[in-house]
Write a protein that binds this ligand. Sequence first.
Ligand code: PEP
Ligand code: MG
Length: 359
Amino acid sequence: EPELAGDFGTLMEWADKHRRMKVRTNAETPEDCRMALAFGAEGIGLCRTEHMFFDAARILAVREMILADEEAGRRAALAKLLPEQRGDFVAIFSAMAGLPCTIRLLDPPLHEFLPQRDDEFAELAEAVGVSVEHLKRRAGELHEFNPMLGHRGCRLGITFPEIYEMQARAIFEAACQVSATGGDPVVPEIMIPLVATRRELEILRALVDRVAAEVFAEQGRTLEYMVGTMIELPRAALMAGEIAQEARFFSFGTNDLTQTTLGVSRDDAGRFLAPYVEQGIFPRDPFVSIDVDGVGQLVRLAAERGRATRGDLKLGICGEHGGDPASIRFCEEVGLDYVSASPYRVPIARLAAAQAALG
Ligand code: PEP
Ligand code: MG
């Protein structure tokens, strides 16, 4: 495992003396956690749970769940996924040893979970005992022309609440299990993605609170936890004052916020952004470095409106921009509490946060 030794390690220690913002990491495996910790991460700012669902051993149950005709079928498939998901969080909470962990509930573009090839349909049909034709028809019903603007994020939790219930249960059961082994108790931070309205968050926070109460009653133990949201849609940024009534923290999802503010697909931007930057239409690639006139204004406004509602609202960023030095400087100006970057960018984020704090 890496270690920041010698002069580089010393430089990092100096940087840490000067920075105000915390540096967290985006991680969803214990390996990534350990790597990030070795690089000095002070917590997880974003654990993307959809990555766990692609695990080869699980994808069948995931597809069964997504393609089930009704709630009972989804619940049966989710029951198979619960122990695995609990194991994911036990591993992460254990690796992070009491440091804050923000776990984001499921946010996949749905099509990524659907079977694509005939052999995948055949395998699933055999496993669940329905015809390939039936599954294909169901997949057709779920087809979306624009999945990134579609049935993902909290919309999934609103329409299929049993998915978020399973995940919340897995998080709380894992937190209880790890807290019972001694050391600092786990304080899970549960994050709801792609929120646009206060009401979405109100509904899903109530769901999380209900599951927490159930698990704590079963386990005979109570833990602190927080529910917060990503701010990654312009409407959420504009309505941050209201949304903060339901949120203990905001994390700026600047990947989606850039996509939705500019109306530029984050997946296809490569086709034309380079000439845009060459001609000075954008000073830098806005998916790399925060576009201060667009996304930046929304971040600033959401931070102000959110904090006006809730003075102790915790603010962070977990889009790719959280590992970009110019963006980190902007985050310091806006007064964010932390940035979150992929493990390999944690050292540069520590340095950039210190430089930003020094002015
Ligand atoms: C984001 O949108 O900035 C974000 C961190 O979430 P994801 O990249 O998973 O959509
Ligand atoms: Mg996002």
